[in-house]
Design a protein around this ligand. Structure first.
Ligand SMILES: [Zn+2]
Length: 207
């Protein structure tokens, strides 16, 4: 009997991983449709970009984000766990598994958290590469005065000199490099969100 009781009380929190970048509208919708039929309602005053709270009668449930790329959340009761909390956790788990996600044990969670941190740092780096490359594609930079001009400009907006053939050649090189960087960074971000392991990412770049 003692073993049974320990088994029931051992896990207050359920850890779930979804193959998506963050806690965005589709993931919120997935959780919502799993819990609403059981009578849980979302608490709009206690929800943020990182957490959600639901209430059912006097029972309350909180979902907290622990990692991004892919999304890792932990769900648990606010207060003492009861049968309605366990039912809610089972519903959320079923919805996540149906959405090609995973259920993590406490031990798997501990092992995974440093990876989640490394993945988030990689995602930030790729986002920076992406925005730098996108900026290069939005305007052309003068090699003379470093001013930015419209991509269709024939003359520099800063020093007013006419762009030369050499400038155009350099600009074309910049465009093709930046275009390749955008494609590569977007592919890596998509792979990170899907859960492709870090070691496979660098080899998986398709140019
Ligand atoms: Zn200039």
């Amino acid at each position: 009997m003692a073993g049974t009781r320990a088994g029931l009380e051992g896990r207050q929190h359920t850890h779930l991983l979804l193959p998506h970048a963050a806690l965005d509208a589709p993931q919120r919708g997935l959780f919502e449709s799993a819990l609403r039929p059981a009578g849980w309602t979302i608490d709009p005053d206690d929800s943020s970009s990182m957490s959600l709270r639901w209430n059912r009668g006097r029972a309350a449930l909180r979902l907290q984000t622990l990692g991004w790329f892919p999304l890792l959340v932990t769900v648990g009761p606010i207060g003492k766990a009861t049968a309605v909390h366990r039912d809610a956790a089972a519903r959320l788990t079923a919805a996540v598994l149906a959405g090609r996600g995973m259920n993590f044990t406490d031990q798997q969670l501990v092992e995974y958290l440093p990876q989640a941190q490394a993945r988030w740092q990689r995602a930030l780096m790729e986002r920076r590469r992406l925005s730098t490359a996108e900026r290069l594609l939005r305007a052309r930079r003068c090699s003379y005065c470093a001013s930015w001009s419209d991509t269709s400009a024939t003359h520099c907006a800063g020093c007013r000199r006419r762009f030369t053939v050499a400038d155009d050649t350099e600009w074309n090189t910049t465009v093709s490099r930046a275009t390749a960087t955008v494609a590569e960074a977007e592919a890596i971000l998509a792979d990170l969100a899907r859960g492709v392991v870090l070691e496979r990412l660098t080899g998986a770049s398709h140019g």
